[in-house]
Design a protein around this ligand. Structure first.
Ligand SMILES: [Zn+2]
Length: 99
């Protein structure tokens, strides 16, 4: 049986860790965006997703099924965004842009 102190430290953060890097691509506030998982249909705020920021790409996983929702990297002058695991991303327009 493995003791708690023998476990490796957790590498993941919450989805707020993705809001800053993704601001390079999106101009809306993604910390309040709702992500819908393409794997299980679970909808949740981006901030509640599990973020792995130390992988070759930033990876967000679904809080419902742990499936990969999003991969993002910014390297050598190119931004790459893989949303294969996201059925929908919904974010409110800033107040000054609303009709
Ligand atoms: Zn899911």
């Amino acid at each position: 049986m493995m003791h708690t102190e023998d476990r490796p430290p957790s590498r993941h953060l919450d989805g707020n860790a993705a809001a800053g890097p993704l601001a390079e691509l999106f101009t809306v506030d993604l910390s309040v965006a709702i992500m819908t998982c393409a794997h299980c249909g679970h909808s949740a705020p981006l901030a509640t997703c599990t973020a792995y920021a130390d992988a070759p790409a930033l990876v967000l996983r679904c809080p419902g099924c742990t499936g990969v929702i999003l991969r993002y990297s910014s390297d050598r002058g190119t931004i790459r965004l893989d949303l294969t695991g996201a059925r929908l991303l919904a974010a409110p327009l800033p107040a000054e842009q609303q009709p």
